[in-house]
Design a protein around this ligand. Sequence first.
Ligand SMILES: C[S@@+](CC[C@H](N)C(=O)[O-])C[C@H]1O[C@@H](n2cnc3c(N)ncnc32)[C@H](O)[C@@H]1O
Length: 289
Amino acid sequence: MLSISVKEFLFWKKKQLSKGGDQQSFAVLLDCLGGLTINDQYLMNVKPEGKLYLKKNLDYLGSIWDNHLQESQPIQYLCGITFWRDLKLKVSNKVLIPRPETELIVDIVFNIFGKRSQKLFFAELGTGSGAISIALALAYPFCDGIATDIDQDVLEIAIRNYRNSCKQSNLKFFCGNWWSPLESYKGKLDLAVSNPPYIPRNTYEKLPKEVKNFEPKVALLGGEDGLKHIREIIQKAPFFLKEKGWLILENHFDQGENVKELLIKNKFTSIEIVKDLSGIGRFTIGRYK
Ligand SMILES: C[S@@+](CC[C@H](N)C(=O)[O-])C[C@H]1O[C@@H](n2cnc3c(N)ncnc32)[C@H](O)[C@@H]1O
């Protein structure tokens, strides 16, 4: 541990942020590589006296920050960590960095099932870092869940995140294409959630380089119109959901009405487009019959 005065540290921090980048990314760097928790960082701003202790020296932290700014590489990949809801998750460039707007999926589940449900059996299709499934498994410790992904390397990261987050054993992980790992659970799910790849090809080609050059294409691209995977998930959902089981999907900002149509066509009811905190119809939900 390296000791430094808080004043000197705050001066250095101001200089780093003046080069560019945002406060949130800088906070991730300080927490993950500097060893200063978000709470420590808050406290030193309100009480800038005394000393603090860092796991790495300022030159090293500054060089990672420069790398982030120059290469547009997400700080979460450089640090190998991200924060999502109250979870601290490992990430590598094999997995999508879970987005803040996706956090709302967990609240949608709470709204539907309450916070104390004891008999929920859920599946998440395309779990990535495991964020959604782990949050649900922790919120419902007496319920069971299954998290799937097409990529075994991705699942290894999700499994590690689950083990690091709790000592529970109510979440299983399976590899395969959308519903195919769930063949033996047909008609048994109370809930399926998915944030599938939904970016249309044209939009994908124009994504900012911090996304396109670093985040996995398989996690983003949803075919020509962006709906390729959503279509497949909705069409097969009726075989896996219980009668009255719920499907919750995240979609692109302008896909809500199309997703709603697909749900109607496949005999879903109680369909609703749910807005995110920016007022965008980010989620489409429905109940199978
Ligand atoms: C948009 S990311 C979502 C990751 C995570 N659930 C989240 O919200 O941060 C989509 C995920 O779906 C996975 N995926 C892509 N195609 C798939 C397929 N055919 N079957 C299963 N999973 C797939 C990707 O590997 C990726 O982890």
